[in-house]
Ligand binder design. Structure first.
Ligand code: 13P
Length: 257
């Protein structure tokens, strides 16, 4: 495992519905974790709530960004604005953005470059859609290895090895997101090994070892530790469970035991 602190990231997605609820959730988490030093906790709320949460205990992240710093791009928020605000992380390439907003590998690559140029840290999401796929003859295809390595190779085109250690790669199998069907720790470990192998091919073994690898997909307090201890992950990217303050805090407390 990467030597640094565990990275536990809350992706609130398009939740909660009101500012009042968002403030309550944030304050409830902050109160419980302010003395915990073994974990770097990051909360990525909807961008409209970010300014409510400027403080020093919890790092803030954005869920998306645009690759140009400024200009006539209605509706976009650039990574340079996110940097200027004081965030440290930006989630990029989430499967919901790839799926619902047709984000391509090429766009994801431009976003990663702009995040790195602005000295922020991308949390680069990769993952296959289906758990098992079969070809026309009914033979099992290992979709995970093909899709994940292709997403990494395309997402990292033109990114130099001096920048690569600022990136965390989140393995989020789409079939495990929000379904209550988490990936088996053993399979998550295989995905992490594949990610390292892909990075070794693109850069070097030494560089690959420095990249943090996170798991995301139906993580709850009962299974969180398995991904850290059994799958050797460097952290977690948590959706649904991060919207419940006591459950999210429980996850953080369990992974440091
Ligand atoms: P869930 O934890 O709700 O499965 O979501 C995972 C995710 O998409 C985090 O980015």
């Amino acid at each position: 495992m990467n030597n640094n602190k565990l990275l536990i990231v809350a992706n609130w997605k398009c939740n909660p519905a009101t500012q009042k609820e968002a403030e309550h959730l944030f304050v409830s988490v902050k109160k419980e974790i302010k003395k915990i030093d073994e974990v770097e906790t990051v909360i990525c709320p909807p961008s409209i709530y970010l300014s409510l949460f400027k403080q020093k205990v919890i790092q803030l992240g954005a869920q998306n960004c645009f690759w140009e710093d400024k200009g006539a791009y209605t509706g976009e928020i650039s990574s340079s604005m996110i940097k200027d605000f004081g965030c440290k992380y930006i989630i990029v390439g989430h499967s919901e953005r790839r799926g619902y907003f047709n984000e391509t590998d090429d766009e994801i690559n431009k976003k990663i470059k702009s995040i790195l140029k602005n000295r922020l840290k991308p949390i680069f999401c990769v993952g296959e859609k289906d758990r098992d796929s079969f070809d026309s003859e009914g033979k099992l295809i290992n979709e995970m290895s093909f899709i994940v390595s292709e997403q990494i190779e395309k997402g990292l085109i033109g990114i130099s090895q001096s920048k690569i250690q600022d990136i965390a790669i989140a393995y989020e199998p789409v079939w495990a997101i929000g379904t209550g069907v988490p990936c088996l720790p053993d399979d998550a470990m295989k995905a992490a090994l594949l990610i390292k192998k892909t990075l070794t091919g693109l850069y070097s073994r030494e560089i690959a070892e420095r990249v943090k690898i996170l798991y995301g997909g139906s993580v709850i307090s009962q299974n969180a530790i398995d991904y850290i201890k059994e799958a050797n992950m460097d952290g977690l990217l948590i959706g649904g469970a991060s919207l419940n303050a006591s459950e999210f805090v429980k996850i953080i407390k369990r992974v440091i035991i």
